[in-house]
Every structure is written in C-alpha cells, then in structure tokens.
Design a protein around this ligand. Structure first.
Ligand code: UTP
Ligand code: MG
Length: 586
C-alpha cells in the first residue's frame, strides 16, 4: 500500500493542487508580488533601450546634458526596480513560510491519525527526512518558483520581441548559440537532478541509521556493538559522500557551459554586429543594446532552469505528501460514532495476518461479558498481542467480525470507540512534559485531586510525596527519571483517570517487583473492577482470578475456561502452570 515510495519523476502538475488551500489565504501577497515583479521586469526589459538611446542619440551627437538626464531617468528606474525586487522577495518569502507552516501542521495531524500499518514498513528516520525535505521543496516552490516562472517567461518573450525589432540578424546569431544552452539546461540539469535525488535518498538512509543507533544506544553500548554500528554508519556515510561528489562533479560542468555559451554569443555579436555597424546596416547603439539584451536573456533562462528543478522536486514532494493526506484514515470515512458502550466484546471467527499471505490468527471466537476479566495466555509469539491489536483496531481482521455491545467496531467511528478503551502496555509511553500532563493524557479535564487519588490507588502517592515529586515535575524524554516499575504504575494511574469501559493490560505487570506486586494487585483489582478487561501476563499468578482464561497457541484457541476448569483439563494450561509451580499454590 503506502510503503512504496514514488519515483521522483512521477509527479503530475495536478498534484500541486494540494497547495491551493494553503496559498489561498495569502492571495493578496501573491498578487502584490506579481505586480511588483511585472514592474521590475518592465524596467529590466526597457533598460537596454536606454543604452541604445544614450549611444545613438547623445554620445554620437556629443550631447552631454541629454546623456546625463537620460542616465538620471535610468537611475531612477533602477531604484524603482531594486525596491520592487526587495519587496517582492520579502512578500514571497513570508507567503512561502506562512502557507508551508499550515501545511506542515496539517501533515503532522494527518500522520498522527494514519493507520498503524503505515508505520510498519517505513523506517522513522527515512519518513522524517522525506517529510522535512518534501515540505521544504514545496516551500521553495511557493516562496519563489511559481511567480518566478511566470515572470521569467514573460521577460524572455519581452527580450526576444525587442531583440527582433532591433536587429533580427543579430537575434538569429544569438539563437544559434542556444543549442549549447539547451544541452546545459536539459541534459546537465537532468543529471544533476538524478545525482541530487541520490544524495537525498542516501541522506535519509544515514538519518535512519542515526535514529536507530541513538534510540538503541544503551543496548549498543551494553553489548559493545559500537564498532559494528560505526562500521555500518561509515558505509552509509561514505555512500552519501560519493553521491554528493557525483552531484558536485556534474554541477561543475553546468555554470562553465552556460558561461561558454554566453561568451560565444558576445563574440559572435561583436564579430558580425561590428561589421554591420561599419557597413551602416546597424547602429553602435543597437550593438550595445544587443549585448545587454543577450546578457539579460541568459538570466531568465538560468532561473527558469532552476525553477524547473524546484518544480520537479516539489512535484515529487507533493506526490508523497498527497499520499499521506489521502491515505484512508478513519477520520475521512464519516462513520457513525460509537455510542457509550457497556463492554460486551465478541470475536466471531476472526482470521488475521499482518501480511495477508501469512496468517497469524486462525478462526478466533470468544465472548467477554461486560465487567469480566479475560486473560490471554500462551507462549511468546502465540498471537496474544495480535488479538489486542485487532480489538484496538490498529489492524482489521481479514475475515470474521469483532463486535462490542453487538456493534461491529469496523462500522463505527474509531475515535469515539478508542476513547472508551484503555491500553496499558509493557513499555508505557511517557512523553517530555509535566507529570500532570502525562497522567491526564486520556482525560485532559481531570483535576489535580483526581490525579492524586489515582496516584494513591496505584500506590505511588507516598513515594512521590516522600521524594518531593509534584504534578509539575517535568518528565524527561520517555520518563527516564522514573524507574521502570514506577512508569508502569503511572500508566495504571493514567488508565484509571480516563476511566475506560474496556481495559487492556499487555504484559503491564511484568516490571513490578513482588513487594509492589501486592500493591499492584490491589491497584489492579480496583482498575479492573466494573470494566471488561483483557489481561496478558506471562506470570500466571496475576491472572488466576480471571473470569475467562483463553489459551492461545500458534494463533489458535486451544482451551478456554476458568483457572479451575482448565486445570482439570490437564492440557496446555496445566502444563504452563506446572512450569511456574502454580498448581500447588491453588
Ligand atoms: P504477537 O505479538 O501477537 O505474539 O505475534 P504474542 O503472543 O503477543 O507474543 P509475546 O508473548 O508478546 O512475545 C504473533 C505473531 O505475529 C507476528 C509474529 O511474528 C508472531 O509470530 N507479527 C507480530 C507480525 O508478523 N508482525 C507484527 O507487527 C507483530
Ligand atoms: Mg505480546
């Protein structure tokens, strides 16, 4: 689906339409910039005519006063042009930044809502690089290239018309040189573009590599795998260097080739134009004006070829951004909201695989009555978390149906459904911010009293008061200033506050020691009370009291029932309990 990165050249102009809503609010700036550009272009088109006038009318006639006043007018025009250019530059830059900021905002909001699947296959570092450079490409387009393109084309036409009017023979000579230019503009620029694509691609690999090794730094250092990762990084980094060198090598041809074309044109104009001045078929003023025009003629050509590159990049970026923004999220499906649920959960013949070719869950059926606690038990890789992933609708089943209170969860709005689910994972997600914000994450309106109550319930309040931790204490990234067990209990508190109808604990008690475990068991009892709960725990003592224990093996339900029922079966569960000395305890 979305994991295939589109080719750089794939974009169509139509894809740029995604920019319209972002540029629209800044129309006034856009049109003012266009007006300013027209002014400065008219001046730049007119200036060589002043040179002709100066040479032919005033210099040849020894008319110094006329020359001075002509120069004064030209000077005034140049000032107008300069001011217009400065204003235009500022307006466009402001417009580019403003509209792209809005786009970046929207993009972030979209990404947050993308189906989990989307992130399964693209490395985060790559995604981030892509998005930042894609957004930058669009900013360059909006902030510069769009207007420049239009105006440069107009200037080119203006120059050509005046050049033909002045002397068509000289114009033909200038145009004869243009194949060199066309070569530089097309062949060289396309090679440069390819090389730049490679640089970007390679840079995103380097970033992905960096991101991975930074987030895994503890493990890497612990296993002394620094060398290995360094070597890997060196390889990527070297490829980046090579890609960069290739781009620079191609680039080194570009400007000299353009300069060569320019010098050849000037030489040819002097050679032929000089003769034509001597035989009286043209004037010295026209020759001077012509040289100025030839010079100016190259300016828009250059910036057009630059604009062309910006547009290509922006197109590629637009395609990728559009892909994200049109990836089907539940938000744009317009489903009816999930009503307030009681919490009866039914799996009906559910079959699922992360990859459709590789089935992970086979024909799973069970029912959890409201308020019941359901334990999922099984060896690692059996499919426990996958069942939870389906219940949370991170993924959808391939076959079968999941119903809550008899309503198919796939047919109801995801947000209103998820709001009623609490999810506590083995690695709790804590973010940099205050303790308060971290706890009332799922229920922003919670008061400080409620938060302290929850902290008391999970048994953290005492420790926090003792250590002078307040709700305003700032958590460093991922809550590194708390112990793993404390983080776990924090996520319990968070679940308590958001008061979900369905509660899911996936290995959520794995990190708490046996002493705290008693506290945790009490906290857990309060947490589970009155909610339909799904508990996954390798430590079977945690789940003995569950109303329903489902034993999963290789994606299939092997046995299900209460602790006692399953023990009498003497099957898989009995074996599991034996291995953990649970039977004796019971
Ligand atoms: P689960 O993640 O459901 O297993 O993976 P589990 O029962 O919870 O295991 P533990 O106890 O946490 O270790 C079930 C199967 O799904 C595959 C895994 O390879 C496993 O065989 N899987 C899981 C994927 O293919 N993709 C995923 O993103 C996750
Ligand atoms: Mg799991």
């Amino acid at each position: 689906m979305t994991n295939q990165e589109p080719n750089q050249r794939e974009g169509k102009l139509r894809d740029l339409l995604i920019l319209v809503p972002y540029v629209k609010p800044h129309q006034a700036k856009l049109w003012s910039a266009v007006a300013l550009m027209i002014v400065s272009s008219l001046v730049s088109i007119a200036l060589p005519m002043f040179m002709r006038e100066a040479v032919d009318t005033h210099i040849m006639a020894h008319d110094l006063r006329g020359l001075v006043s002509l120069i004064a007018i030209a000077f005034a025009l140049i000032i107008v042009m300069t001011v217009a250019n400065i204003l235009r530059g500022r307006l466009m830059a402001k417009m580019g930044q403003d509209s792209i900021r809005a786009l970046r905002d929207d993009l972030f909001a979209y990404m947050q809502k993308l189906p989990v699947q989307f992130f399964d296959k693209i490395p985060v570092g790559k995604l981030i690089t892509r998005l930042t450079s894609d957004v930058d490409a669009l900013r360059d387009l909006v902030g510069n290239a769009i207007v420049a393109m239009v105006i440069d084309s107009l200037r080119l036409v203006g120059f050509l018309v005046l050049m033909f009017w002045l002397d068509w023979r000289l114009t033909v000579i200038t145009l004869l040189i243009s194949p060199i230019l066309v070569y530089a503009m097309t062949f060289l620029t396309s090679r440069i573009r390819k090389a730049e694509d490679q640089v970007r691609e390679q840079a995103s690999l380097v970033n992905a590599n960096l991101q991975e090794s930074i987030s895994g730094i503890k493990v890497i250092q612990g296993f002394q795998a620094e060398e290995h990762f360094h070597e890997q990084f060196q390889v990527e980094n070297h490829s980046l260097l090579q890609a960069g060198m290739k781009a620079i090598a191609t680039y080194a041809f570009f400007w000299p080739t353009i300069d060569l074309a320019w010098i050849l044109s000037i030489a040819a104009i002097f050679l032929f134009g000089g003769q034509w001045v001597l035989d009286g078929t043209t004037t010295p003023g026209i020759l001077v004006a012509f040289i100025a025009y030839t010079d100016q003629f190259f300016g828009p050509l250059r910036s057009l070829s630059q604009a062309y590159r910006i547009i290509q990049r922006a197109l590629a970026g637009a395609v990728r951004i559009k892909r994200i923004m049109t990836t089907e999220t539940e938000v744009n499906k317009n489903l009816k909201p999930m009503p307030k649920i009681i919490g009866r959960v039914e799996f009906q013949n559910v079959t699922f695989g992360y990859d459709p070719g590789e089935i992970v869950l086979h024909d799973i059926s069970f029912t959890a009555e409201p308020g019941q606690t359901v334990a999922l038990v099984g060896h690692t890789g059996a499919g426990k978390t996958s069942i939870i992933n389906l219940l949370c609708r991170f993924y959808d089943p391939i076959e079968g149906r999941i119903a809550v209170d008899g309503l198919n969860i796939q047919e109801h709005d995801l947000e209103s459904y998820r709001r009623q689910i609490g999810l506590v994972l083995q690695e709790p997600f804590l973010f940099s911010g205050t303790l308060r914000d971290n706890i009332r994450f799922g229920a922003p309106q919670a008061t400080d009293e409620q938060i302290w109550d929850a902290l008391k319930t999970v048994g953290l309040a005492e420790t926090f008061i003792k250590n002078r931790i307040t709700l305003d204490t700032i958590l460093t990234e991922r809550g590194a200033n708390f112990s793993t067990g404390q983080r776990q209990l924090l996520s319990f508190a968070r679940a308590l506050i958001s008061d979900p109808r369905i509660l899911i604990l996936d290995e959520a008690t794995a990190h708490v020691d046996t002493l705290t475990e008693q506290k945790v068991q009490q906290a857990l009892a309060k947490l589970l009370a009155g909610r339909t709960s799904f508990v996954i725990a390798h430590r079977l003592s945690t789940i003995r009291n569950a109303d329903l224990i489902i034993v999963i093996s290789d994606g299939r339900i092997l046995e299900s029932g209460t602790h006692e029922q399953l023990l009498t079966l003497k099957g898989e569960y009995w074996q599991l309990c034996n291995s953990q000395n649970i039977v004796q305890i019971s």
